[in-house]
Each structure stands twice: as structure tokens, then as C-alpha cells.
Ligand binder design. Structure first.
Ligand SMILES: C[S@@+](CC[C@H](N)C(=O)[O-])C[C@H]1O[C@@H](n2cnc3c(N)ncnc32)[C@H](O)[C@@H]1O
Length: 268
């Protein structure tokens, strides 16, 4: 998996890309994440990347030329097609050994980023993440060079950089080999089962008067798994009840959950 990040602030990425799991995965060559500074592509005398919006209004907009040239250059370097019209966008996988690139603009107007979206992105060979800044980006460069827009949530950030870091981090840990054990991503919140994760404990067994649940100490893995599933269901019920509608529960678990719900009703 290759992730190219286009930004006017590449220095923001240094520690994130070089630390912890992402740093190790890059060192091992499991993922290639690189930043490209948009500013040097500007043909303006002072290497400007922003200008006043037509029609007036607050703030500045990123100009299309440096972004378009940066995207074209990254595509050329990576030997991937730089598709530049909507009809061609439908078919970005080409025949003669050239690879597909999915170009994403970080935007509050985009598709909300979720674990499902991350899983879809992790199937791609190559992502390009364009970070906006100021009041955003000239629409024409988005229309021509961007395949999809992704939002981190219903709020406005100063720039797309934090969003690009979130996407790069979240997608990277789904690439086989990046996490220590292939199970680590499967059992987590929002994973296949559609539940939030169960509570976890480590040493010491007793901390400030609080004991680790006994079931985790007896080495009975069937019981431990059952307890964890039940705790995951209860956590989801309490914090994100709407997720339970789509969660994959066994018949036995559904009966157990119905029991819990009627017990709670009785108590009210
Ligand atoms: C100040 S914001 C621009 C917001 C824009 N004027 C609007 O109202 O939709 C500057 C940049 O931050 C990034 N950004 C801001 N909020 C975001 C969000 N929720 N998700 C993803 N990117 C975001 C985008 O790249 C955007 O171009």
C-alpha cells in the first residue's frame, strides 16, 4: 500500500509517520507513506498557494495550479494514470500493468470516515490524500482530479492534515503484517462483529483496591471468550445501542441479551 499525502505543511507529518506502528511498518516496507509539499509547484513569483475567492467572502482559497501540478507529478513518479475527467474516473484500473490510484480530498463535506470506509480503502493499492487549508480548495481542481471526499466528522478543522494522519494511521493498521498479530484488528471496536470492545486488564491483579475480574485469571479460554463477548455486547448496549441492530449475535447471545433487557426493565 502506498499513501501519498499532498499538503502545504509537510513538517506536520514527521513525528506521526516515523513513530510507533506506522514508523515500524514504513521501515519494514509494509507501507509506503510519503508527503509532497504543494508549495514548490506554484508558478507564482512568491510561491503562493492561496488567493482571494471570486465573489468575495471571508478568507483565502487554495489555488488550483499548484495542486493540479503536484497531483500530476506524483502520478507520473508513481507511474499511475492521472485521470482527469469524470467519465474516465469510472474506470481507473487500467490494463497494461499500470496501477489504480484513489485520490481523496479531506473535506467536511465528504463521506464520513468510519471503520467500514477504512476497510474499503485498505483494499486499494495506492491512495492520494489531498489536504486543504484556509477556506478550502478551488472547486475545479476537485472536479477534475479528485475521486472522493472524506470527512473526519461534523466539525471544521483548520486543515486536512490531521484527517490525512487519521486515515493513514487507521488504514495502515489494516494492512497484513502491520500489527503484531493478525487477530489484533479483528477483535476491536467496530470490527466484523459490529460491537464495541470489551474492557481489558493488565498487571497488577489488584490496583488501588480494584481486582481484575476473576474469570480472566482462571485460564479457561471458553469462559474468557464468552465473558468478553458478553461484555462487548453490554458496552455496546450502554454506549452505542443503535449498533446492536446490525451486530452479529448468535441465537444464544440474543436470548441472553433479551434476558438482560427485561431484567433492566423490571428494575425501572
Ligand atoms: C477551514 S477548513 C475549510 C472549510 C470549508 N470552508 C467549509 O466550510 O466546508 C480547511 C480545510 O480543512 C480540512 N477540513 C476541515 N474540516 C474537516 C473535516 N471535518 N474533515 C476533513 N477535512 C476537514 C479540509 O481539507 C479543508 O479544506
Amino acid at each position: 500500500m502506498t499513501i501519498d499525502i499532498l499538503t502545504v505543511f509537510p513538517e506536520m507529518f514527521e513525528s506521526v509517520l516515523n513513530t510507533s506502528i506506522m514508523g515500524r511498518a514504513r521501515e519494514k516496507g509494509l507501507i509506503c507513506v510519503e508527503t509532497t509539499d504543494i508549495r514548490p509547484y506554484s508558478v507564482s513569483k512568491h510561491k503562493n498557494t492561496d488567493d482571494y475567492p471570486f465573489g468575495g467572502g471571508a478568507g483565502m482559497l487554495m489555488t488550483p495550479q499548484p495542486i493540479a501540478d503536484a497531483i500530476k507529478d506524483v502520478c507520473k513518479k508513481r507511474n499511475v494514470p492521472c485521470v482527469d475527467n469524470i467519465s474516465e474516473k469510472q474506470n481507473t484500473v487500467c490494463n497494461d500493468g499500470c496501477k489504480r490510484i484513489l485520490r481523496i480530498y479531506l473535506s467536511p463535506k465528504g463521506v464520513p470516515f468510519t471503520q467500514r470506509v477504512a476497510e474499503e480503502l485498505a483494499k486499494e493499492e495506492h491512495l492520494l490524500l489531498l489536504c486543504g487549508h484556509y477556506e478550502g480548495v478551488d472547486q475545479r481542481v476537485l472536479d477534475k482530479y479528485i475521486d472522493m471526499e472524506i470527512s473526519l466528522g461534523d466539525y471544521v478543522l483548520t486543515g486536512g492534515e490531521l484527517g490525512a494522519m487519521v486515515i493513514a494511521d487507521c488504514v495502515s493498521r489494516l494492512i497484513p503484517g502491520v500489527l503484531g498479530s493478525s487477530e489484533s484488528a479483528e477483535d476491536e471496536s467496530f470490527s466484523v462483529a459490529g460491537l464495541l470492545e470489551y474492557p481489558q486488564y493488565t498487571r497488577p491483579r489488584e490496583f488501588e483496591g480494584m481486582e481484575v475480574p476473576q474469570v480472566l485469571l482462571n485460564g479457561d479460554h471458553a469462559k474468557i471468550n464468552q465473558w468478553r463477548r458478553q461484555q462487548a455486547i453490554l458496552t455496546t448496549l450502554d454506549r452505542r445501542p443503535e449498533m446492536l441492530e446490525k451486530a452479529e449475535l448468535t441465537k444464544k447471545e440474543k436470548i441472553w441479551l433479551d434476558g438482560i433487557l427485561s431484567e433492566r426493565e423490571d428494575m425501572q
